[in-house]
Design a protein around this ligand. Structure first.
Ligand code: PGA
Length: 252
């Protein structure tokens, strides 16, 4: 179902104490906001998930994972499976973040396997994708984005899409301070919806939440979120400060 979503991707930041303090701050600051049809999500590191879940209990704050391995179990030192996440109470996982793709070699093939493993375990997915600067410069950004979706997600049946949230994150805008303009975001989000409608149907296209990610800050969030096909944001740097994250939540 299509929701407004503000999700904080905390990456490899915050120790246990900092995680708890940040969640406490967020839950307190959103308490009085009217958040109808709006989800507030934070993604701490694996080791802080349990503490995070505990701190977020009985609040509007959802605690989710940043990644998982595609195998059910086995000799994969340092990895975490979907069922392990489920077993501690995690309901949602981020997959395909550009840092996973570029720094950890996650290909579309691996991501398709991760998508299947997550869905089989009953996890919802926030699926990230987006073009590199050179793709945009060479005007290949639409093709790149369509292929990323096709390769990792288009084997799914329409029904599976109730558990998929998309996060369009142009790589050139992540952590750089350079955002896509609201018009660029809207143009791509409309394109993505169109691709979904053609591949599946208008129900899938209209009911899928599509987030924008890449240098969303308190001073640009409102303009980006005001666009018709932008359902919220995946926020990195600005989600690490309660005040900034709250301002972005207010913007939605
Ligand atoms: P940023 O990160 O907001 O710091 O650009 C976004 C992301 O990596 O999801």
């Amino acid at each position: 179902m299509r929701h407004k979503i503000v999700a904080g991707n905390w990456k490899m930041h915050n120790d246990s104490k900092e995680t708890k303090t940040l969640i406490k701050g967020v839950r307190k600051s959103i308490k009085k906001l009217s958040l109808k049809n709006t989800r507030v999500i934070v993604a701490p590191t694996f080791v802080n998930l349990t503490a995070g879940l505990k701190k977020a209990k009985k609040s509007k704050v959802e605690v989710i994972a940043q990644n998982m391995h595609q195998a059910k179990s086995g000799a994969f030192t340092g990895e975490v499976s979907a069922s392990m996440l489920k077993s501690i109470g995690i309901q949602t996982v981020i997959l395909g973040h550009s840092e996973r793709r570029t720094l950890f070699g996650e290909t579309d093939v691996i991501l398709a396997e991760k998508v299947n493993a997550a869905l089989e375990s009953g996890l919802e997915i926030i699926f990230c994708f987006g073009e590199l600067l050179e793709d945009r410069k060479s005007e290949n950004h639409f093709t790149v984005v369509e292929n990323q979706l096709k390769n990792a997600l288009f084997h799914l049946e329409p029904i599976a899409w109730v558990n998929i949230v998309l996060a369009y994150e142009p790589v050139w805008a992540i952590g750089t301070g350079e955002t896509a303009t609201p018009e660029q975001a809207q143009e791509m989000h409309a394109f993505i919806r169109d691709v979904l409608a053609k591949k599946y149907n208008t129900v899938v296209a209209e009911n899928t939440s599509i987030l924008y990610g890449g240098s969303v800050k308190p001073n640009n969030a409102q303009e980006i979120f005001s666009k018709k096909d932008v359902d919220g944001g995946l926020i990195g740097g600005a989600s690490l400060k309660v005040e900034d994250f709250t301002e972005i939540i207010k913007a939605i």
